[in-house]
Design a protein around this ligand. Sequence first.
Ligand SMILES: Cc1ncc(COP(=O)(O)O)c(C=O)c1O
Length: 446
Amino acid sequence: MHSFQETPILESELVNESQVSFSEIINSEPNIHKLIYHHVSDTVMVKGKGIYLYDAEGNRYIDCASATFNLSLGYGHSEVLQAVQEQAEKLVHVTSTFQTDPINTVVRKLVEVSPENLTLVHPKVSSGSAANEGAIKIAQHYTGKRDVITLFRSHLGQTMMMTSMSGNAFRKEPFPNLFPGSIQVPDPYCHRCFYKQKPKTCDFLCVERIYDFIEYASSGSVACIVVEPISGNGGNIVPPPGYFQALEKLCREQGIILIFDEIQTGIGRTGKMFAAEYFGVHPNIITTAKGLGGTGFQFAAILTEERLGGLEGHHHSFTYGSNVLAAAAAAKTLDIVSQPQFLKNVETVGNYIMERLRQMQEKYTFISDIRGVGLMIGVEISDDEGNPNTDLTNYIAKVAMKHGLIIRTSRYGYGNVFKIRPPLIITLEESEQLCDQLEKVLTEVQ
Ligand SMILES: Cc1ncc(COP(=O)(O)O)c(C=O)c1O
């Protein structure tokens, strides 16, 4: 197999199906599958640098999923690693009761880069799920109300509360005691509209109907609505212009707290620090995690309006929330991502990839829709009748691996959307390679 390369990926470096079968590119321990509780792939990864990941055989992949959509700065970002190393010499962890420089810096910076109405930061959470749960507790504590409205296909996390409130039945099915008090309502999935409307003439019926859900399906006591501005796992659904303004109006009229789950969309993914800015909305709460750790450190936070303060530490705090080492990574990440030229690159490269995908759509009829903002892009795959083609989508992801691309699909939607969400540091040249390789994949599967 080829040796590690730091230079741009070349066709000759890629695994060619005619020479090497898929099973031959692995280097795994067969027995490990008996020891690890969950399913793991046969491929063993040994190194990552920038947008590239290398397996034990030396094959190089462009990671179009930024690991778990969390490596905003890619693998092994040197500035973040240096900040963490320096911090490690001084202090790795201390109870979050005390102040530390890294936490203070992250808190100040998050207030600076988020919508101006968000002035309080709750950093005592270390995962997206815990941030979302905390946001709901804050809304319930403030309003004294109960119910939570979420969208079809939403993925808000894997704790029992977040599993219960996410928008997919298959994830709840094994568990007998689900958390009560949530209603899932149709999402703004215009390509397959639940109400069979067209975006130009629908007058946001999917928001209008939420009034009915509140009246006829809730307990009469609704605390909050939690939405992903662009659904991360549900199919990269980008709401049409005006959707969030209509939702904001509903929340205002009904006294409902609007929570944006920006765990995937935040920290520069859309070319803005938060998608709220892209959509011109002022949610009352934003949750952030994933990309905040830059190159893989675990940091999360809840950003709220001043008036929503007051939840006590004993109501929501976690041992590894506010971890000082992770905060050093987050502080450096925020510094880098919030630079105007960094965000501009996300927009430029995202536009380039979208344009290339549109050209591919003309050639490959199974591409039924392309949607995205910045580097949060989804490609919907359909059959000749326009129905979701999940098998082909999964096949594309499998073939992509052989062509040096790691591509993930929308497991929580129909499973027929593959996602292009590389690390935000990707250059125009690298994105050209990504598109060239993708085109080879699509030609092969056609
Ligand atoms: C939109 C969204 N919200 C919440 C979560 C949960 O985050 P975590 O896995 O850190 O608990 C995820 C994770 O995939 C996510 O994509």
